[in-house]
Design a protein around this ligand. Structure first.
Ligand code: GLC
Length: 755
């Protein structure tokens, strides 16, 4: 849904506004609403968190107040495990319906920062380590929300991948990594779903606070991506309001901040800030405010039961079965079950911080299990430190049961907005409990509630089955029981890698940085890109998830073997359910650049699809690869580009389970201006299409003459020996340019290349 010009002429409004009114509009009127201008009939709009339900303050002019009841849906880390963009859209629509019911114009979400380290306390609010999966899921959510006339707010823009010192830390990231990993998901979501607003992050990026970062907020977001909405700050992220206006930050939140409003007025009066620049900001704000007001809000009643049921259905489609041995799942329903863990009775279904929702209702697994089976319950892990009595009580139950269900949740005190985790461990009590229960009963199922990868190496081999239930929202307990008994066949797959240990993570030596600087030293090698490059084993790979049935892939076909940019490639294959129960399979397509001038990841996710199949059913899947699927960001050219040559297409059930492959050939790379200059090396000249054509005759001649020298130097080829020398020096050393000055020769060649 694009932002159309609303009925009330914005230009008329701006022409009637005073400088004071314009400046006032650039800062919130309160923590949760924009400024209204009664004189001109401009009403405020209401902003509320997000992202996986509404935290709508009961009093919109107070910061920390109880929020109105709303449905807590599965968090982003859960939703992304569905790999189902349409499902994300349904969730977005439901949140928008509640926003309309309780009076919210802009929902502060989705959060979509890349999960650089599993330690980040806010990872539960983020989708993935991969920008394509994050971007597609965010786009689905945004489109769903905005299809109902409620605005989304993509956050936190950008490079906000830790909570440690989030208000002051400077993320130092090279341009290629910035675009290929940390902006790519935002770019995909913003270009495809056109969110009405974007929220800038607290941190600095390469030395400039995001709230005053012209490169991010104007050059990239608007000039390159065509973003048309308005940018708001994260709450308290502004440091210099006039500089923010110049950079492209339209709204400071929260408000009111009269001193900041005065600073804008003073900047215009002093000539430091152009009125035209301020008018542009006001225009962007008015466009969204007036557009949002075209959808009447408030006075409705939340569809509590309908949305609770939807939350349960969504959660069930997100959960990931990580292990299931000896057929311990699905349960038959006639087992004597030992239910152990505080989370069975007091579910942990959302994270801590600004996304925390005052739920309409909450299910608990113990109640549902008691309705279906003979159940005994022990709390097991109420404490963090060792409590042997609680363990002993649980062991007694496990000894007298056919199967033990261990509900293990990371405490909110461990994982939340505002701080990062110190490690990947469960609590000492939880680890001891798992070991003890597994020693007492041969059939143990662990159900996990967490927002990001955890360390399992000490107990994973002691248990038969593991369900990663993430933070599944208020109806998550019902979804877990649906999966345990096979009412729903698990179909989720991991949106992030589970490492064997923390020190295996690619960013380990650079997270969370020191004092106020964090170096993104691992560059583009984040998540599976890093584990692949380091050839490092993992506990569970990106894209992994089990089902109660099995799927086979066949008949891979590509629309063209030799292709050009501008000709999207379609990849088709058949997927068959070869098991005995219906299920859904997530097919993943990775692209691998066989040879490239710059180092590239071994493979990168470039398309995916989820398909439902009855037992024995086969469906054909079609996946499309656009130009971007073959490109990398080249900082020398300041653009995305593809090089001619071979690419492997890898179709897999996970990033580590490639089932079918094909190779295609890009016949012509992206057209780029030559970068050659008088100090370019021989290799630079030979790598540049026009440059190679010009110097090749000269070099061929020199190469044939230099054979003897090569032998004397004991090298295979003088070309290789000289490749990293500037061409001028190659000519000077070898006389290949004859009697003329090498400097003059090369200058003439450079002029020719750029002619
Ligand atoms: C918080 C969060 C942001 C949230 C905002 C309003 O600090 O970083 O995600 O939307 O403030 O609560």
């Amino acid at each position: 849904m694009t932002l159309q010009e609303p009925k009330l002429q914005i230009s008329d409004l701006i022409s009637q506004m005073t400088l004071e009114e314009k400046a006032a509009l650039c800062t919130g009127a309160s923590p949760w609403r924009t400024v209204g201008i009664e004189r001109l009939g401009l009403e405020p709009i209401v902003l509320s968190d997000g992202p996986h339900g509404l935290r709508r303050a009961s009093e919109i002019d107070s910061m920390m107040v109880e929020s109105l009841p709303a449905t807590c849906f599965p968090v982003a880390a859960t939703l992304s495990s569905s790999w189902d963009v349409e499902l994300a859209g349904k969730l977005g629509q439901a949140i928008a319906e509640e926003a309309i019911d309780i009076g919210v114009d802009i929902v502060l979400g989705p959060g979509m920062n890349i999960k650089r380290s599993p330690l980040c306390g806010r990872n539960f609010e983020y989708f993935s380590e991969d920008p394509l999966l994050a971007g597609k899921m965010a786009a689905g959510l945004i489109e769903g929300m905005q299809s109902k006339g409620v605005g989304a707010c993509v956050k936190h823009f950008a490079v906000n991948n830790q909570e440690t010192r989030r208000f002051t830390v400077d993320a130092v990231v090279d341009e290629r990594t910035l675009h290929e990993i940390y902006l790519a998901g935002f770019e995909l979501a913003i270009r495809s779903s056109k969110p009405w607003t974007v929220m800038c992050s607290y941190n600095s990026v390469n030395g400039t606070f995001a709230a005053e970062n012209h490169y991010l907020l104007t050059e990239v977001l608007r000039d390159q991506w065509g973003f048309e909405g308005f940018v708001m700050s994260d709450w308290g992220a502004v440091h210099d309001r006039p500089e923010g206006v110049k950079a492209g930050l339209d709204l400071e939140m929260p408000g009111p901040s009269p001193d900041r409003t005065q600073a804008v007025i003073d900047a215009v009066n002093s000539g430091d800030l152009d009125m035209a620049t301020l008018d542009t900001v006001v225009e962007r704000l008015l466009k969204v405010i007036l557009h949002a007001q075209e959808t009447p809000k408030g006075g409705g009643v939340i569809d509590v039961e309908g949305h609770h049921a939807l939350a349960r259905s969504i959660a069930a489609d997100c959960m990931v079965m990580l292990k299931n041995e000896d057929g311990v799942l699905p349960l038959e329903g006639n087992e004597r079950i030992a239910v152990i863990g505080q989370a069975a009775r007091m579910p942990v279904f959302q994270g801590g911080g600004s996304s925390h929702i005052n739920t309409t209702k909450v299910d608990n697994a113990l109640e549902f299990l008691r309705q279906r089976s003979e159940v005994q319950y022990a709390i097991g892990d109420a404490s963090v430190e060792l409590n042997q009595e609680a363990i002993d009580e649980a062991v007694v139950l496990a000894n007298n049961a056919d199967v033990a269900l261990l509900f293990i949740a990371l405490p909110e005190s461990v994982e939340s907005e505002g701080y990062d985790r110190p490690n990947l461990y469960l609590t000492p009590q939880q680890v001891a409990l798992i070991h003890a229960v597994a020693a007492a009963n041969p059939r143990v199922v662990v159900i996990l509630n967490n927002g990001s990868a955890i360390d399992m190496h000490s107990w994973i081999n002691d248990v038969d089955a593991i369900i990663e239930a993430w933070l599944p929202g208020q109806a998550g307990a019902g979804a877990v029981v649906d999966i345990l008994f096979g009412d729903v066949n698990p179909s989720g797959k991991l949106g992030e890698t589970f490492p064997i240990k923390l020190s295996d993570t690619p960013c380990h030596l650079n997270f969370p940085g020191e004092k106020d600087t964090v170096h993104y030293g691992e560059g583009i090698y984040v998540g599976y890109r890093g584990y692949d490059a380091m050839e490092r084993d993992v506990l569970f790979p990106f894209g992994f998830g089990l089902s109660y049935t099995q799927f086979e892939y066949s008949n891979l076909s590509v629309s063209a073997t030799n292709f050009k940019l501008g000709q999207p490639l379609t990849v088709t294959l058949d997927v068959t359910n070869v098991g005995y129960v219906a299920g859904k399979e997530i097919v993943q397509l990775y692209v691998s650049d066989v040879e490239s001038r710059l180092p590239r990841p071994i493979k990168e996710l470039k398309a995916f699809a989820k398909v439902a199949l009855e037992p024995g059913e086969t469906k054909q899947i079609t996946l499309t690869l656009d130009d971007r699927a073959f490109m990398f960001y080249d900082p020398d050219y300041g653009q995305w580009l593809a090089e001619a040559g071979a690419f492997d297409l890898l179709v897999g059930a996970s990033s580590a389970d490639i089932r079918l492959t094909a190779q295609v050939n890009l016949t012509e790379g992206s057209a780029v201006a030559s970068l050659l200059h008088v100090y370019s090396t021989l290799k630079d000249w030979m790598s540049d299409p026009k440059g190679a054509e010009i110097v090749k005759p000269m070099i061929d001649n020199f190469a044939s003459q230099a054979m003897g020298d090569a032998e004397a130097l004991g090298v295979d080829s003088m070309l290789v020996f000289f490749q990293d020398l500037p061409l001028t020096q190659v000519l000077r050393f070898t006389g290949a340019g004859g009697s003329e000055s090498p400097d003059k020769i090369v200058q003439a060649l450079v002029d020719k290349v750029h002619a």
